[in-house]
Design a protein around this ligand. Structure first.
Ligand code: GLU
Length: 474
């Protein structure tokens, strides 16, 4: 039987989730789901100094928004609980003891000042500072008041296979006696993740490329413990929009929940993140989360950096928005369109969807572009006149348009257009359509007058035309 695929997302609770973190979670989740495997949410909270309060609920909310669900994890427990590293100290102690017993770990005997002196000496001699050059000759038992260091069993170069990058290698300089457990009792990332992945049965580690440099250290520790390492899957860096530079906070590495606030759809976000460093091949660019899971393969994860392009995100969002049925579109726009009424909104819906890339954009354009549909405009006569037309000309055209509309089919903007256009074409489009648009909307720029007629409905159209005609006559 094939081994069950187990992946994990193991964020440190050091602040909000940004695009890079969520992308890692998404790939690990997709790979587990694709293989009917297990996806674990583990929190790596062993660096107490960097911890930011509220991060864990924030991580959970971000993943939930995107529909990234876990089978075991910090909030739901599971067979390998606990999933919070600070609650797993006994596991780390157990493996630390195994290493001590094998002679692969030692109590760090040096004070900070002594280490600083070693470092200064190495610098003066223009060589790299390595702890392993200063291994104590006599070892004192580790009592937990100092840090515990790994004693790299064999100083050698490593070559290993990364599932994305292929064959990687590093020389002996990449190996050093790193800290396993700090003097505060907490393990380092380098140690803890290896123990956790082992105990949780993790088969694939998806993570950022910043961990490649430490991989020889990890490999050495895996060997010391006799562990077969999981498959290492290094994800491509996410680059700032200008390219060639890793994404930093100032380039838009923003809180993922900001996108929700801005009115992005979660499935559009998932689609966008999935394509930041992966694609299924072919032309398809719009995919649902289910389709992404179905198509997901590690082989198609890119080696090189993926540029964060928010224009692309807008486009993807619009495409997902367009594919929604009108009932859910209506629900989504309603919070931004209070006072419009469902019937009118249903008629206005195609216009709105056409106009926006995210529902959130409505917050800033609802009043200026759509409010006239529910609030009759107060339009001065001069603005109704096309160029230097006299009031009686506008009056004549509006009267005629109203007459045509009496018997018109109001079931679509096209039907209304078919009724008015022949007349407008004979009389001059501007001369007819300008006063019509102005009397209905009071706006020089708006959606076309046929759509306005359709959305407003016959009674309201006539009321607005009548009001303007009345002013034109006086
Ligand atoms: N806690 C690490 C981080 O947040 C996770 C790295 C990993 O996935 O192993 O960067």
């Amino acid at each position: 039987m094939e081994k069950k695929i187990v992946t994990r997302f193991a964020p440190s609770p050091t602040g909000f989730m940004h695009v890079g973190g969520v992308r890692t979670a998404l790939y690990a989740w997709a790979w587990a789901r694709k293989n009917n495997g297990t996806f674990i949410l583990r929190i790596e909270d062993t660096d107490k100094a960097r911890e930011v309060e509220g991060s864990i609920p924030h991580i959970i909310e971000s993943l939930k928004w995107l529909g990234i669900t876990w089978d075991e994890g910090v909030d739901i427990g599971g067979p390998n609980a606990p999933y919070l590293q600070s609650e797993r100290l006994s596991s780390y102690k157990k493996y630390a003891q195994i290493l001590i017993d094998k002679g692969y770990a030692y109590a760090d005997p040096y004070s900070e000042a002594e280490v600083a002196a070693f470092r200064a000496e190495a610098e003066a001699e223009k060589r790299a500072f390595l702890y392993r050059d200063h291994r104590p000759t006599t070892t004192t038992p580790w009592d937990g008041t100092t840090s515990l260091r790994f004693k790299v069993p064999e100083i050698k170069s490593y070559t290993w296979t990364d599932a994305v990058r292929g064959e990687l290698s590093a020389g002996v300089e990449a190996l050093d006696d790193f800290v396993l457990i700090k003097s505060d009792g907490y393990p380092t990332y380098n140690f803890a993740h290896i123990i956790d992945d082992l105990e949780m049965g993790v088969t694939h580690i998806m993570r950022a490329d910043e961990f490649i440099a430490s991989t020889p250290k990890f490999l050495s520790l895996y060997e010391a413990l006799g562990i077969v390492p999981p498959v290492l899957v290094t994800l491509p860096p996410i680059l700032a929009p200008e390219g060639n530079k890793k994404l930093g906070k100032r380039d838009g590495a923003k809180d993922i929940l900001e996108y929700r606030k801005e009115g992005y759809l979660s499935e559009a976000m998932v689609n966008f993140l999935a394509f930041l460093g992966w694609n299924p091949g072919g032309e398809v660019e719009i995919m649902t989360p289910e389709e992404i899971v179905e198509a997901f393969t590690i082989e198609r994860i890119h080696k090189s950096g993926a540029m964060l392009n928010e224009e692309k995100l807008l486009w993807i969002n619009k495409e997902h928005m367009k594919r929604k049925d009108s009932a859910s579109q209506l629900e989504a726009i309603k919070p931004y369109m209070s006072g419009y009424g469902d019937e009118l909104l249903m008629r206005l819906l195609p216009t709105i969807i056409d106009r926006i890339n995210t529902y959130g954009e409505l917050a800033s354009i609802e009043e200026s572009e759509f409010r006239f549909f529910i609030a009759r405009p107060q339009t001065e006569v001069e603005r109704v006149l096309f160029k230097d037309d006299e009031p009686h000309v506008a009056l004549r055209h509006l009267t005629k348009v109203k007459e045509l509309l009496e018997t018109a089919d109001f079931s679509s903007p096209e039907a209304i257009k078919a009724t008015i256009m022949p007349y407008a074409e004979t009389e001059g489009k501007g001369n007819v359509l300008w006063p019509l648009r102005m009397s209905l909307s009071g706006q020089e720029k708006s959606v076309d007058p046929f759509t306005i007629c359709y959305v407003l409905g016959k009674d309201e159209v006539f009321a607005r035309i009548d009001a303007i005609c009345h002013t034109l006559r006086s």
